[in-house]
Design a protein around this ligand. Structure first.
Ligand code: FAD
Ligand code: UQ1
Length: 415
């Protein structure tokens, strides 16, 4: 039996940064439950797939990442007992809490695509994915081997983390084929289950431009449902109401797997919405039913785009709201849905999308971020990783709001 002031479930991006904030405030009164030995900086997976950064640069030991002044149990939470303010862990022990923050991320449902798991394990197949820490290192070798045929990139029929990543890897691969002078022999196709290329019109327009200019075929409402490894064929279903299926032969197939909330959460309907996401108020991030439970990151019901950038903004709100609540004051801070997606479009360029719940652009820099820039590529490839390991995992990065206010002042002066 253990007890604490603040219990954090999950030691990924959201859990680690919140634990760091609260461990600074309430020394040795924070418990983190997290099963993994390693902590990954997942945004680097896209660049590893493109051969731009090394796998080593994306990981650190969990023990060196979580805050030292908190207690870490290397276990899974197996069940929640919110009326008793308690969870039970995989070793059978229970933990009692005053406040609980749930940050369990998303579960990848590889098994939902028949044929996918066996293809990913086969080094000779053309099937790969940047989404798994155990699959990402095979992506670049498979891209580099592709000299002809069709390279297909997919986006599934489910919410995903970093919804831009499945097309970023397509742009990087396309650029690679060009540089290798094989582009004329490789057809590049992006098949997405969504009805749009990107949710925010400004950036969607820019991305359609990129695809047209570079002859990338985009099929919307097109969902991968099965892979036939022997024939090297992918089966797609149209989501336009016709439910028609068709088969496409591939030499390279990059798959973004379907994903959703972790099974453990889905087992507790009193904690979740109908899809199984932790049910929180989208502004305060407090649970809709239990007032001492909060959520952050990919596992929550708030309708923002699921990214690390979103978590940075959520963390600031969550910390302030919990501190206010503990002091007996009303909660005053509201999360505006800020999210950001650095849409890498090649080896030296990137469109830095930033937007809020209303899918309206909310840009940090005093330039038109709907354009491709080299400086945004450098931010994505080298500055954000540094920001993550030095500030965010230590609870000291609340997103670029400060810079945004400053640069909007500059913009106004210019006018
Ligand atoms: P995670 O960081 O996934 O952590 C969840 C943790 O919960 C895990 O450590 C897990 O072990 C733990 N857990 C699960 N079940 C249990 C349990 N039962 N008990 C205890 N612990 C449990 N974001 C950006 O902002 N910009 C980008 O460019 C970007 N690119 C991306 C590219 C790729 C390929 C991917 C995969 C993601 C990218 N992201 C990007 C998204 C970003 O990485 C995630 O949004 C973020 O890491 C989510 O943080 P989280 O804390 O919600 O979940
Ligand atoms: C961000 O804050 C962040 O978290 C560290 C990311 O994750 C990797 C991002 O990709 C982005 C774009 C941001 C937002 C930061 C700025 C300076 C726009």
């Amino acid at each position: 039996h253990h007890s604490c002031k603040v219990l954090v479930v999950g030691g990924g991006t959201g859990g680690c940064s919140m634990a760091a904030k609260f461990a600074d405030k309430f020394k040795d009164q924070v418990i983190i439950v997290e099963p993994n030995e390693l902590h990954y900086y997942q945004p680097m997976f896209t660049l590893i797939g493109g051969g731009i950064r090394s796998f080593e640069a994306s990981k650190k030991l969990m023990k060196d990442t979580l805050p030292k002044n908190a207690k870490w149990f290397q276990e899974n939470v197996m069940s929640f007992e919110p009326p008793q303010n308690q969870v039970t862990m995989s070793n059978g022990d229970s933990v009692q809490y005053e406040i609980m923050i749930i940050a369990m991320g998303l579960q990848l449902y590889w098994e939902k695509i028949p044929g996918l798991i066996e293809c990913l394990k086969d080094n000779m197949s053309g099937v790969c994915s940047i989404y798994g820490s155990d699959t990402v290192i095979n992506v670049f070798p498979k891209i580099a081997r592709t000299k002809s045929g069709t390279a297909i990139f997919t986006f599934p029929n489910s919410p995903v983390k970093c919804p831009g990543a499945p097309q970023k890897i397509a742009y990087i691969a396309e650029d690679y084929f060009r540089n290798q002078k094989v582009r004329n022999n490789v057809k590049v196709v992006y098949n997405t289950a969504l009805p749009v290329i990107f949710g925010v019109k400004k950036y969607a327009d820019a991305l359609w431009d990129v695809c047209k200019r570079r002859n990338i075929t985009v099929n919307v409402q097109t969902n991968l449902i099965e892979i036939d490894p022997a024939k090297e064929e992918a089966v797609f279903q149209k989501l336009d109401g016709s439910n028609e299926t068709f088969v496409e032969k591939y030499s390279l197939l990059h798959v973004c797997p379907p994903m959703g909330p972790p099974d453990v959460l889905k087992k507790h309907p009193s904690l979740t919405n109908e899809m199984g996401f932790l049910s929180v108020d989208p502004k305060t991030l407090r649970h809709t039913k239990y007032s001492n439970i909060y959520g952050i990151g990919d596992c929550i019901s708030a309708p923002n785009s699921k990214t690390m950038a979103a978590i940075a903004a959520q963390g600031k709100v969550l910390y302030k709201n919990i501190m206010d609540d503990l002091a007996g004051k009303p909660m005053t801070m509201a999360y505006n849905g800020y999210s950001s997606c650095p849409l890498v479009t090649g080896y030296r360029k990137c469109i830095l999308a930033e937007f809020d719940y209303n899918l309206k652009p909310l840009e940090t820099f005093p330039v038109n971020q709907g354009r491709e820039y080299f400086f945004t590529f450098i931010l994505k490839a080298y500055v954000f990783p540094l920001l993550y390991w030095t500030l965010m995992t230590r609870g000291k990065w609340d997103g670029p709001e400060f810079f945004r206010k400053y640069s909007s002042m500059i913009k106004k002066k210019e006018i």
